[in-house]
Design a protein around this ligand. Structure first.
Ligand code: S6P
Ligand code: ZN
Length: 198
C-alpha cells in the first residue's frame, strides 16, 4: 500500500467545499490518497499463483481512495471517492480488500458514479448479500455488514462513500473469515459463486 498526505490546506473545523473530477473519478485536492497495488492483495484471490505472476509482471494498481482527514469522532461524517480498476486475477475480478467497521454498528452508503460491478457484503455469522453497482445506483451497507467492492466492467468503478465519523476500519476479522462469495469474469460472462466452489 502507498498512502500519502497531500498538501491540501483546507481547515476542517469550518465549513468547506471539495472539488471532484467526476470523469476521472478523483477528489481534486484530497488530504489522504491511498493506492493499493496487486501486491497488497495477497491472500484475497482464489488463484494465488496468478496473483504472484501479475505482481511479478507489473504489480498494477488495484484501487485508490481519496479522502479528507475528518476527525474520527461521533457527529462527524467521513466521505471518500473509492476507485477500483478493471482487471482479473485467474478470472476473478479486481476488488478491494474489504472490511468491517471498527465500530461495527455503523452503516455506509456508496453512490456509484461510473463503471459497473458489485458490492459483496457479509455478516460475522456468515450470511452474505450482494448489490449491483451501476452509475446512479446507491448501495446501502447496514450496520454490522462487512463490505467489498468488485469491478466487473472494463473501466474504473467509482463510488462516492459516506459513513459515520467514528466508524474506522477492521480488516483483520474479515480477512480471517473470508468472503463467502467470489466474482469471476470469463469470456465476458460475470458469475457470482460461493467461495468454496469458485
Ligand atoms: C470506508 C469505505 C471505503 C473503502 C474503500 C477501500 O469505510 O468503505 O472508503 O475504504 O473502498 O476499501 P478497503 O476495504 O480497502 O478499505
Ligand atoms: Zn466501509
Amino acid at each position: 500500500m502507498k498512502e500519502h498526505t497531500t498538501g491540501s490546506s483546507v481547515k476542517l473545523d469550518k465549513p468547506f467545499g471539495v472539488d471532484y473530477d467526476l470523469v476521472q473519478g478523483i477528489m481534486k485536492d484530497p488530504q489522504v490518497h491511498t493506492i493499493r497495488l496487486a501486491s497488497s492483495m495477497r491472500g484475497h484471490y482464489k488463484d494465488a499463483a496468478s496473483l504472484e505472476a501479475l505482481i511479478a509482471q507489473s504489480d498494477p494498481v488495484h484501487y485508490e481512495v481519496f479522502e479528507m482527514k475528518i476527525p474520527q469522532e461521533v457527529g462527524q461524517l467521513q466521505f471518500c471517492i473509492s476507485k477500483t480498476y478493471p482487471g482479473t486475477v485467474g478470472g476473478e475480478c479486481f476488488m478491494t480488500k474489504g472490511h468491517y467497521h471498527a465500530v461495527p454498528g455503523t452503516a455506509e452508503i456508496y453512490l456509484c458514479l461510473r463503471g459497473e460491478g458489485y458490492m459483496l457484503m457479509k455478516l460475522p455469522a456468515g450470511e452474505s448479500a450482494y448489490e449491483k453497482f451501476l452509475p446512479g445506483r446507491m448501495c446501502y451497507v447496514p450496520p454490522f455488514w462487512g463490505h467489498r467492492t468488485v469491478n466487473t466492467g472494463d473501466e474504473p468503478l467509482i463510488s462516492f462513500c459516506v459513513y459515520p465519523g467514528e466508524a474506522g476500519h477492521n480488516y483483520g476479522d474479515i480477512e480471517k473469515e473470508r468472503f463467502p462469495l467470489r466474482v469471476f469474469k470469463r469470456g465476458g460472462k460475470v458469475e457470482i459463486v460461493p467461495a468454496k466452489a469458485g
